[in-house]
Design a protein around this ligand. Structure first.
Ligand code: BYC
Length: 327
Protein backbone atom coordinates (compact mmCIF):
# COMPACT_ATOMS: atom_id res chain seq x y z
CA UNK A 1 0.00 0.00 0.00
CA UNK A 2 1.28 3.46 -0.86
CA UNK A 3 1.58 6.30 1.60
CA UNK A 4 0.61 9.79 0.59
CA UNK A 5 4.08 10.62 -0.66
CA UNK A 6 3.91 7.73 -3.11
CA UNK A 7 7.21 6.34 -1.95
CA UNK A 8 8.58 3.01 -3.10
CA UNK A 9 6.49 0.83 -0.80
CA UNK A 10 5.04 -1.23 -3.68
CA UNK A 11 8.50 -2.80 -3.91
CA UNK A 12 8.30 -4.06 -0.34
CA UNK A 13 5.92 -6.98 -0.92
CA UNK A 14 7.20 -10.53 -0.48
CA UNK A 15 7.22 -11.41 -4.16
CA UNK A 16 8.77 -8.21 -5.39
CA UNK A 17 12.50 -7.85 -5.91
CA UNK A 18 14.16 -5.40 -3.54
CA UNK A 19 14.77 -1.91 -4.86
CA UNK A 20 18.57 -2.22 -4.67
CA UNK A 21 18.59 -5.25 -6.91
CA UNK A 22 21.36 -4.35 -9.36
CA UNK A 23 20.29 -7.01 -11.84
CA UNK A 24 16.78 -5.54 -11.89
CA UNK A 25 18.22 -2.11 -12.61
CA UNK A 26 20.26 -3.55 -15.49
CA UNK A 27 17.16 -5.16 -16.94
CA UNK A 28 15.19 -1.93 -16.55
CA UNK A 29 17.95 0.03 -18.33
CA UNK A 30 18.06 -2.55 -21.10
CA UNK A 31 14.30 -2.33 -21.67
CA UNK A 32 14.59 1.45 -21.96
CA UNK A 33 17.61 1.22 -24.28
CA UNK A 34 15.70 -1.19 -26.57
CA UNK A 35 12.66 1.11 -26.51
CA UNK A 36 10.59 -1.72 -24.97
CA UNK A 37 7.75 -1.01 -22.57
CA UNK A 38 8.02 -1.27 -18.79
CA UNK A 39 5.03 -3.20 -17.43
CA UNK A 40 3.50 -3.21 -13.93
CA UNK A 41 5.11 -6.59 -13.17
CA UNK A 42 8.60 -5.20 -13.87
CA UNK A 43 10.92 -3.76 -11.26
CA UNK A 44 11.36 -0.03 -11.66
CA UNK A 45 13.31 2.64 -9.77
CA UNK A 46 11.31 4.41 -7.08
CA UNK A 47 11.85 7.77 -8.82
CA UNK A 48 10.46 6.43 -12.10
CA UNK A 49 7.34 5.15 -10.34
CA UNK A 50 6.91 8.40 -8.42
CA UNK A 51 7.32 10.56 -11.51
CA UNK A 52 4.81 8.48 -13.43
CA UNK A 53 2.27 8.63 -10.63
CA UNK A 54 2.74 12.41 -10.45
CA UNK A 55 2.29 12.94 -14.17
CA UNK A 56 -0.49 10.40 -14.73
CA UNK A 57 -2.43 11.65 -11.69
CA UNK A 58 -2.08 15.26 -12.84
CA UNK A 59 -3.23 14.19 -16.27
CA UNK A 60 -6.25 12.27 -14.87
CA UNK A 61 -7.21 15.21 -12.63
CA UNK A 62 -7.00 17.53 -15.65
CA UNK A 63 -9.44 15.39 -17.60
CA UNK A 64 -11.93 15.33 -14.71
CA UNK A 65 -11.61 19.02 -13.78
CA UNK A 66 -11.59 19.79 -17.52
CA UNK A 67 -15.20 18.62 -17.74
CA UNK A 68 -16.34 21.70 -15.82
CA UNK A 69 -15.79 24.67 -18.18
CA UNK A 70 -17.58 22.95 -21.07
CA UNK A 71 -20.05 20.96 -18.96
CA UNK A 72 -21.37 24.33 -17.88
CA UNK A 73 -22.61 24.86 -21.47
CA UNK A 74 -24.47 21.57 -22.02
CA UNK A 75 -27.84 22.98 -20.96
CA UNK A 76 -27.27 26.11 -23.05
CA UNK A 77 -26.06 24.58 -26.32
CA UNK A 78 -27.74 26.39 -29.21
CA UNK A 79 -29.17 23.28 -30.95
CA UNK A 80 -29.89 19.61 -30.34
CA UNK A 81 -26.96 18.66 -32.60
CA UNK A 82 -24.51 20.87 -30.70
CA UNK A 83 -25.82 19.54 -27.40
CA UNK A 84 -25.35 15.91 -28.47
CA UNK A 85 -21.78 16.64 -29.62
CA UNK A 86 -20.89 18.47 -26.42
CA UNK A 87 -22.41 15.76 -24.22
CA UNK A 88 -20.38 13.12 -26.02
CA UNK A 89 -17.20 15.17 -25.67
CA UNK A 90 -17.61 15.84 -21.95
CA UNK A 91 -18.40 12.16 -21.36
CA UNK A 92 -15.21 11.27 -23.25
CA UNK A 93 -13.23 13.42 -20.81
CA UNK A 94 -14.68 11.42 -17.91
CA UNK A 95 -13.60 8.23 -19.67
CA UNK A 96 -10.08 9.60 -20.16
CA UNK A 97 -9.88 10.38 -16.46
CA UNK A 98 -10.92 6.82 -15.64
CA UNK A 99 -8.36 5.17 -17.97
CA UNK A 100 -5.68 7.36 -16.48
CA UNK A 101 -6.63 6.70 -12.85
CA UNK A 102 -6.54 2.99 -13.73
CA UNK A 103 -3.05 3.42 -15.22
CA UNK A 104 -1.95 5.13 -11.99
CA UNK A 105 -3.42 2.21 -9.99
CA UNK A 106 -1.15 -0.22 -11.86
CA UNK A 107 1.73 1.64 -10.18
CA UNK A 108 0.28 1.05 -6.72
CA UNK A 109 -1.53 4.36 -6.27
CA UNK A 110 -4.98 4.21 -4.70
CA UNK A 111 -7.83 5.99 -6.45
CA UNK A 112 -9.17 7.40 -3.16
CA UNK A 113 -5.78 8.82 -2.28
CA UNK A 114 -5.43 10.45 -5.68
CA UNK A 115 -8.83 12.12 -5.32
CA UNK A 116 -7.87 13.28 -1.85
CA UNK A 117 -4.61 14.74 -3.20
CA UNK A 118 -6.57 16.64 -5.85
CA UNK A 119 -9.20 18.14 -3.60
CA UNK A 120 -6.69 19.09 -0.91
CA UNK A 121 -4.49 20.81 -3.51
CA UNK A 122 -1.51 18.48 -3.08
CA UNK A 123 -1.57 17.34 -6.70
CA UNK A 124 -1.92 19.64 -9.67
CA UNK A 125 -4.24 19.70 -12.64
CA UNK A 126 -3.68 21.65 -15.84
CA UNK A 127 -3.55 25.43 -15.44
CA UNK A 128 -5.88 25.87 -18.42
CA UNK A 129 -9.00 24.77 -16.57
CA UNK A 130 -8.79 27.68 -14.18
CA UNK A 131 -10.03 30.02 -16.89
CA UNK A 132 -13.79 30.57 -17.32
CA UNK A 133 -15.82 29.61 -20.42
CA UNK A 134 -17.91 32.76 -20.67
CA UNK A 135 -19.55 32.52 -24.11
CA UNK A 136 -20.61 29.75 -26.50
CA UNK A 137 -17.56 30.56 -28.66
CA UNK A 138 -15.38 29.48 -25.72
CA UNK A 139 -16.67 25.91 -26.21
CA UNK A 140 -15.27 26.04 -29.76
CA UNK A 141 -12.03 27.70 -28.64
CA UNK A 142 -11.50 25.02 -25.99
CA UNK A 143 -11.95 22.29 -28.64
CA UNK A 144 -9.74 23.97 -31.22
CA UNK A 145 -6.96 25.31 -28.97
CA UNK A 146 -7.06 23.33 -25.71
CA UNK A 147 -7.76 19.94 -27.27
CA UNK A 148 -5.40 20.88 -30.11
CA UNK A 149 -2.64 21.55 -27.58
CA UNK A 150 -3.57 18.36 -25.73
CA UNK A 151 -3.14 16.28 -28.90
CA UNK A 152 0.29 17.74 -29.64
CA UNK A 153 1.35 17.04 -26.06
CA UNK A 154 -0.23 13.59 -25.86
CA UNK A 155 0.59 11.92 -29.19
CA UNK A 156 4.24 11.40 -28.09
CA UNK A 157 2.99 9.88 -24.81
CA UNK A 158 1.59 7.00 -26.93
CA UNK A 159 5.30 6.01 -27.07
CA UNK A 160 5.86 6.50 -23.34
CA UNK A 161 8.10 3.83 -21.80
CA UNK A 162 5.40 2.79 -19.31
CA UNK A 163 3.05 0.37 -21.11
CA UNK A 164 -0.31 1.06 -19.42
CA UNK A 165 0.08 4.85 -19.83
CA UNK A 166 1.17 4.53 -23.47
CA UNK A 167 -1.76 2.23 -24.32
CA UNK A 168 -4.30 4.48 -22.58
CA UNK A 169 -3.02 7.41 -24.62
CA UNK A 170 -3.69 5.71 -27.96
CA UNK A 171 -7.43 5.67 -27.40
CA UNK A 172 -7.42 9.06 -25.71
CA UNK A 173 -5.66 10.66 -28.68
CA UNK A 174 -8.22 9.26 -31.13
CA UNK A 175 -10.97 10.86 -29.08
CA UNK A 176 -9.04 14.13 -28.69
CA UNK A 177 -8.86 14.34 -32.45
CA UNK A 178 -12.67 14.36 -32.64
CA UNK A 179 -12.72 16.97 -29.88
CA UNK A 180 -10.37 19.27 -31.74
CA UNK A 181 -12.33 18.94 -34.97
CA UNK A 182 -15.70 19.61 -33.38
CA UNK A 183 -14.24 22.79 -31.84
CA UNK A 184 -12.82 23.94 -35.15
CA UNK A 185 -16.09 23.20 -36.96
CA UNK A 186 -18.07 25.10 -34.31
CA UNK A 187 -15.79 28.13 -34.78
CA UNK A 188 -15.93 27.84 -38.57
CA UNK A 189 -19.72 28.04 -38.34
CA UNK A 190 -19.47 31.17 -36.19
CA UNK A 191 -16.96 32.66 -38.66
CA UNK A 192 -19.59 32.35 -41.40
CA UNK A 193 -22.31 33.85 -39.21
CA UNK A 194 -23.26 37.36 -38.13
CA UNK A 195 -20.92 40.18 -37.14
CA UNK A 196 -21.83 39.52 -33.54
CA UNK A 197 -20.84 35.85 -33.88
CA UNK A 198 -17.50 36.80 -35.48
CA UNK A 199 -16.82 39.24 -32.63
CA UNK A 200 -17.61 36.52 -30.10
CA UNK A 201 -15.25 34.14 -31.94
CA UNK A 202 -12.38 36.64 -31.97
CA UNK A 203 -12.90 37.46 -28.30
CA UNK A 204 -12.74 33.77 -27.33
CA UNK A 205 -9.55 33.22 -29.34
CA UNK A 206 -7.99 36.32 -27.74
CA UNK A 207 -8.66 34.92 -24.27
CA UNK A 208 -7.67 31.24 -24.87
CA UNK A 209 -4.54 31.65 -27.01
CA UNK A 210 -1.94 32.45 -24.33
CA UNK A 211 -3.30 30.05 -21.68
CA UNK A 212 -3.15 27.30 -24.37
CA UNK A 213 0.55 27.98 -24.92
CA UNK A 214 1.07 27.79 -21.15
CA UNK A 215 -0.46 24.30 -21.08
CA UNK A 216 2.86 22.91 -22.36
CA UNK A 217 4.49 23.86 -19.07
CA UNK A 218 7.37 26.16 -18.15
CA UNK A 219 10.12 26.93 -20.65
CA UNK A 220 12.81 24.27 -20.93
CA UNK A 221 15.33 26.21 -18.87
CA UNK A 222 12.81 26.40 -16.01
CA UNK A 223 11.42 22.85 -16.24
CA UNK A 224 12.87 20.80 -13.37
CA UNK A 225 11.42 17.46 -14.52
CA UNK A 226 12.01 17.36 -18.27
CA UNK A 227 15.61 16.06 -18.41
CA UNK A 228 14.98 13.06 -16.14
CA UNK A 229 11.56 12.32 -17.66
CA UNK A 230 13.13 12.26 -21.13
CA UNK A 231 15.96 10.01 -19.95
CA UNK A 232 13.31 7.60 -18.68
CA UNK A 233 11.28 7.78 -21.88
CA UNK A 234 8.27 9.23 -20.07
CA UNK A 235 8.48 12.47 -22.06
CA UNK A 236 9.71 12.28 -25.66
CA UNK A 237 10.03 16.02 -26.33
CA UNK A 238 10.67 19.10 -24.27
CA UNK A 239 7.94 21.58 -23.36
CA UNK A 240 9.26 24.21 -25.78
CA UNK A 241 9.53 21.75 -28.67
CA UNK A 242 5.89 20.76 -28.31
CA UNK A 243 4.77 24.37 -27.83
CA UNK A 244 6.51 25.27 -31.11
CA UNK A 245 4.86 22.34 -32.89
CA UNK A 246 1.45 23.55 -31.68
CA UNK A 247 2.04 27.13 -32.83
CA UNK A 248 3.21 25.93 -36.27
CA UNK A 249 0.11 23.77 -36.61
CA UNK A 250 -2.36 26.39 -35.37
CA UNK A 251 -1.35 29.63 -37.14
CA UNK A 252 -2.51 28.43 -40.60
CA UNK A 253 -5.79 27.20 -39.07
CA UNK A 254 -6.42 30.70 -37.65
CA UNK A 255 -6.21 31.98 -41.22
CA UNK A 256 -8.96 29.59 -42.30
CA UNK A 257 -11.15 30.85 -39.45
CA UNK A 258 -10.39 34.45 -40.36
CA UNK A 259 -9.25 35.30 -36.82
CA UNK A 260 -6.10 37.05 -35.67
CA UNK A 261 -3.97 35.64 -32.88
CA UNK A 262 -3.31 38.09 -30.03
CA UNK A 263 0.46 38.20 -30.50
CA UNK A 264 1.97 41.17 -32.37
CA UNK A 265 5.38 39.44 -32.39
CA UNK A 266 4.22 36.33 -34.22
CA UNK A 267 6.63 35.92 -37.12
CA UNK A 268 7.61 33.23 -39.63
CA UNK A 269 11.32 32.50 -39.26
CA UNK A 270 12.96 29.53 -41.02
CA UNK A 271 9.61 27.80 -41.55
CA UNK A 272 8.58 28.19 -37.90
CA UNK A 273 6.06 30.62 -36.44
CA UNK A 274 7.93 32.29 -33.56
CA UNK A 275 5.66 33.59 -30.80
CA UNK A 276 6.23 36.57 -28.52
CA UNK A 277 6.99 36.39 -24.77
CA UNK A 278 4.65 34.35 -22.59
CA UNK A 279 3.48 35.89 -19.32
CA UNK A 280 4.98 33.33 -16.94
CA UNK A 281 3.92 35.45 -13.95
CA UNK A 282 0.33 34.74 -14.91
CA UNK A 283 1.10 31.00 -15.27
CA UNK A 284 2.78 30.88 -11.85
CA UNK A 285 -0.09 32.79 -10.26
CA UNK A 286 -2.58 30.25 -11.66
CA UNK A 287 -0.41 27.42 -10.31
CA UNK A 288 -0.43 29.11 -6.89
CA UNK A 289 -4.24 28.97 -6.96
CA UNK A 290 -4.84 32.57 -7.99
CA UNK A 291 -6.56 31.92 -11.33
CA UNK A 292 -10.12 33.10 -11.95
CA UNK A 293 -11.68 29.69 -11.28
CA UNK A 294 -9.23 27.65 -9.12
CA UNK A 295 -11.45 27.83 -6.07
CA UNK A 296 -14.68 27.15 -7.91
CA UNK A 297 -13.22 24.10 -9.72
CA UNK A 298 -12.04 22.44 -6.51
CA UNK A 299 -15.21 23.29 -4.59
CA UNK A 300 -17.30 21.76 -7.37
CA UNK A 301 -15.16 18.60 -7.46
CA UNK A 302 -15.25 18.30 -3.67
CA UNK A 303 -19.04 18.58 -3.60
CA UNK A 304 -19.38 15.98 -6.35
CA UNK A 305 -17.06 13.65 -4.42
CA UNK A 306 -18.97 14.12 -1.15
CA UNK A 307 -22.34 13.67 -2.86
CA UNK A 308 -21.07 10.47 -4.48
CA UNK A 309 -20.07 8.81 -1.18
CA UNK A 310 -23.23 6.67 -1.11
CA UNK A 311 -22.43 5.26 -4.57
CA UNK A 312 -18.93 4.22 -3.48
CA UNK A 313 -20.31 2.72 -0.25
CA UNK A 314 -22.96 0.78 -2.17
CA UNK A 315 -20.42 -0.50 -4.71
CA UNK A 316 -18.05 -1.60 -1.93
CA UNK A 317 -20.87 -3.38 -0.05
CA UNK A 318 -21.94 -5.13 -3.25
CA UNK A 319 -18.38 -6.28 -4.02
CA UNK A 320 -17.95 -7.53 -0.45
CA UNK A 321 -21.22 -9.49 -0.61
CA UNK A 322 -20.07 -11.21 -3.80
CA UNK A 323 -16.62 -11.92 -2.38
CA UNK A 324 -18.25 -13.54 0.66
CA UNK A 325 -20.55 -15.62 -1.53
CA UNK A 326 -17.60 -16.74 -3.68
CA UNK A 327 -15.58 -17.68 -0.58
N1 BYC B 1 -0.56 23.23 -15.45
O1 BYC B 1 9.09 20.26 -14.90
P1 BYC B 1 7.81 20.52 -15.60
C1 BYC B 1 -7.14 17.76 -21.70
C2 BYC B 1 3.84 21.84 -13.31
S1 BYC B 1 -6.33 17.53 -20.20
C3 BYC B 1 -0.30 22.95 -14.16
O2 BYC B 1 7.88 20.94 -17.02
P2 BYC B 1 6.59 18.00 -16.32
C4 BYC B 1 -8.52 18.16 -21.72
C5 BYC B 1 4.40 20.43 -13.30
O3 BYC B 1 3.43 19.49 -12.89
C6 BYC B 1 -4.64 17.42 -20.71
N2 BYC B 1 0.92 22.56 -13.73
O4 BYC B 1 6.84 19.27 -15.40
C7 BYC B 1 -9.38 17.75 -20.73
C8 BYC B 1 5.53 20.58 -12.32
O5 BYC B 1 4.99 20.61 -11.00
P3 BYC B 1 5.47 19.60 -9.83
C9 BYC B 1 -3.67 17.53 -19.59
C10 BYC B 1 1.89 22.48 -14.67
O6 BYC B 1 5.66 17.10 -15.60
C11 BYC B 1 -10.70 18.21 -20.70
C12 BYC B 1 6.03 22.00 -12.57
O7 BYC B 1 4.97 22.68 -13.20
N3 BYC B 1 -2.44 17.00 -20.15
O8 BYC B 1 -6.52 17.60 -22.67
O9 BYC B 1 7.88 17.43 -16.77
C13 BYC B 1 -11.17 19.07 -21.73
C14 BYC B 1 7.26 22.03 -13.44
O10 BYC B 1 6.97 21.63 -14.79
C15 BYC B 1 1.66 22.74 -16.01
C16 BYC B 1 -1.49 16.40 -19.42
O11 BYC B 1 -1.57 16.35 -18.22
C17 BYC B 1 0.39 23.16 -16.40
N4 BYC B 1 0.08 23.47 -17.66
O12 BYC B 1 5.87 18.60 -17.61
C18 BYC B 1 -10.29 19.43 -22.75
C19 BYC B 1 -0.36 15.81 -20.22
N5 BYC B 1 2.83 22.57 -16.67
O13 BYC B 1 4.61 18.38 -9.96
C20 BYC B 1 -8.98 18.96 -22.76
C21 BYC B 1 0.59 15.00 -19.41
C22 BYC B 1 3.74 22.21 -15.77
O14 BYC B 1 6.92 19.30 -10.08
N6 BYC B 1 1.55 15.80 -18.70
N7 BYC B 1 3.18 22.15 -14.55
O15 BYC B 1 5.19 20.36 -8.59
C23 BYC B 1 2.68 16.29 -19.26
O16 BYC B 1 2.95 16.12 -20.45
C24 BYC B 1 3.62 17.02 -18.36
O17 BYC B 1 3.30 16.72 -17.02
C25 BYC B 1 3.63 18.57 -18.57
C26 BYC B 1 4.59 19.20 -17.52
C27 BYC B 1 4.16 18.89 -19.95
C28 BYC B 1 2.24 19.16 -18.38
Amino acid sequence: MYGNDFGPSANEGEDVRPIDDAAAQVRFDALLADDERIEPRDWMPAGYRKTLIRQIAQHAHSEIIGMQPEGNWITRAPSLRRKAILLAKVQDEAGHGLYLYSAAETLGAERDELTEMLITGRQRYSSIFNYPAVTWADVGAIGWLVDGAAIVNQVPICRCSYGPYARAMIRICKEESFHQRQGFELLLTLSRGTDHQRTMLQDAVDRWWWPSLMMFGPPDDASPNTAQSMAWGIKRHTNDELRQRFVDMTVPQADVLGVSLPDPDLELVDDHWRHGPIDWDEFNAVLRGEGACNRQRIEHRTTAHTDGAWVRDAAAAYAEKHQRAAA
